[in-house]
Design a protein around this ligand. Structure first.
Ligand code: BES
Ligand code: ZN
Ligand code: ZN
Length: 499
């Protein structure tokens, strides 16, 4: 797929050569001067006339009429060099790849060195380039009898950079794994609830485990009963589909110490239960396993890259349905931890399944925890749909998650978690906790509840209700599932350091 070349040779014939353009007074200086020379100053003229633009998010296509080997030049606008970040580059590459795919070009060359901003490592630029390719060209196939004309895949990309070719090649390979695995997470989220049951999710995890040599454990209903997972079982009570508690273990160290626990909400469809959702709010609830998808996507990256870290992934999976057997508001249930819970709202089911999953992750030795969940509509009200909400009980652990999210280009923002907030989830007259302390601060309450089960273990909660899906297409993907937090979790594991 990727081939690295150390030198730009103007006579080499490519279907197209992709060049990064920064906004600066003298456009065709430095690396680009030679191009203008070969075109006898005509490129400068095209900039003046506005046919070539350096504006952020712009794409300008020029035919070369045989003046150089490449048939076409694609100029990718990067905006001001000072404002250039890896996230801007990821989007710029994404736009370029979409354009190339639409033009049905199968083989392209990219002049990598024209994209790097001041002080940027070309290895990081290579990573975002190869990550952007699968991300931007992703499509969910769907189930139409007559499918769309298959898109031409970009088959070969020649990456031109002066830097060490082996290192660039390695960074390209890693970036591609990150992009591809995010797409796996997207496909899980886009798959409807009837075609992705808890059993299907468990089978998917098993296959992943076989492919990457993970230890796999799938808890069945009977196992959950024995372990006293009353919170998980309550949510599944109204369903005809058996629940699954999915565990994947990756051992990257000799000893099973310093274990990172990744816990992902895997509600395959959320009706709300007896606290039923309104008809407008129920459509789209196939995406209520976005946390599970992110964890499975991250495990795919971990399986490919095999970092020297220990990871246990725990995914509580079931749908949340209504029937004569379903759990009800006012019910009191006992979680695996022993804590009792008064159910005030059956639609606050995510925190219930996460409660037992977090306890089980600790049971498997996790001593650093992250849970990822499409947990609350409240986080969308608070932060919108671009930013994942976070809560924590540990500053240093949060710092590591924040850095990973920054590097992954998946913004998170921390919400407060004070003693008074925690008191609200402890506010039940008849049980230790209640699962819905009222409408104020939903996103905080959801996280605070899960935190009760993390207890003293360093823990970060990521609420992706707003970021797991997008209504509109972006430079790095179509409308629908985004695969949010897949890359953050994998980077967190790769970069993990004991506090
Ligand atoms: N799955 C939903 C949260 C959600 C909402 C995800 C919108 C994606 C988009 C969750 O189970 C839920 O219903 N939460 C309730 C909690 C409330 C009852 C305390 C909510 O946010 O309204
Ligand atoms: Zn719900
Ligand atoms: Zn839910």
């Amino acid at each position: 797929m990727f081939q690295v070349k150390n030198e730009i040779e103007f006579q080499d014939s490519y279907e197209c050569l992709v060049i990064g353009m920064k906004e600066k007074p003298e456009k065709f200086s430095g690396q680009l001067a030679k191009f203008d020379e070969l075109f006898e100053g005509q490129l400068t003229e095209l900039v003046k006339s506005g046919d070539i633009s350096a504006k952020k998010k712009s794409i300008s296509k020029i035919h070369t009429f045989g003046k150089i080997g490449a048939k076409r030049l694609i100029f990718v606008g990067l905006g001001k060099e000072k404002e250039l970040t890896l996230e801007v580059l990821r989007e710029a590459f994404g736009k370029a790849f979409k354009e190339i795919q639409m033009s049905k070009l199968e083989e392209v060359a990219i002049y990598l060195d024209t994209f790097a901003g001041e002080g940027m490592e070309s290895l990081d630029v290579a990573h975002v380039l190869s990550e952007a390719l699968p991300l931007a060209t992703y499509e969910f196939e769907g189930y139409k009898q007559k499918s769309n004309e298959p898109k031409k895949e970009i088959e070969k990309i020649i990456v031109i950079s002066e830097d060490d070719a082996d290192e660039i090649q390695a960074a390209l390979t890693v970036g591609y794994v990150y992009g591809k695995s995010t797409n796996s997470a997207r496909t899980l989220v886009n798959t409807p609830g009837n075609l992705l049951t808890a059993t299907d999710m468990a089978n998917y995890a098993k296959e992943l485990g076989e492919r990457y040599d993970f230890e796999v454990e799938i808890l069945e209903k009977e196992d959950m009963l024995k372990l006293g997972m009353g919170a998980m079982l309550a949510v599944n009570q109204g369903s005809d589909e058996p629940p699954k508690m999915i565990v994947l273990k990756y051992r990257g160290k000799d000893e099973w110490t310093e274990v990172i626990g990744l816990v992902g909400k895997g509600i395959t469809f959320d009706t709300g239960g007896y606290s039923i959702k309104p008809k407008d709010g129920i459509v789209g609830m196939k995406s209520d396993m976005g946390g599970a998808a992110a964890v499975l996507g991250a495990m795919e990256i971990i399986g490919e890259l095999r970092p020297e870290q220990n990871v246990v992934a725990v995914i509580p999976s079931t749908d949340n349905m209504i029937s004569g057997n379903a759990f009800k508001p006012d019910d009191v249930i006992t979680s695996m931890s022993g804590k009792t819970i008064e159910v005030l709202n059956t639609d606050a089911e995510g925190r219930l399944v996460l409660a037992d999953a977090v306890t089980y992750a600790k049971h498997h030795g996790a001593n650093y925890l992250v849970d990822v969940a499409t947990l609350t509509g409240g986080v969308i009200v608070a932060l919108g749909t671009n930013t994942t909400g976070a809560l924590t009980n540990d500053e240093a652990w949060f710092e590591q998650v924040l850095e990973a999210s920054y590097e992954a280009g998946e913004p998170i923002w921390r919400l407060p978690l004070f003693e008074k907030d925690i008191e609200r989830v402890r506010g039940s007259k008849i049980a230790d906790l209640n699962n819905s302390p009222g409408r104020e601060g939903h996103a905080i309450m959801g996280g605070a509840f899960v935190g009760e089960f993390a207890e003293g273990t360093p823990w970060v909660h990521l609420d992706i209700a707003g970021t797991a899906t997008t209504r509109t297409s972006t430079a790095v993907g179509p409308a629908g599932a985004t695969g949010a937090m897949t890359r953050t979790l994998a980077l967190l594991v790769e970069r993990f350091e004991k506090n």
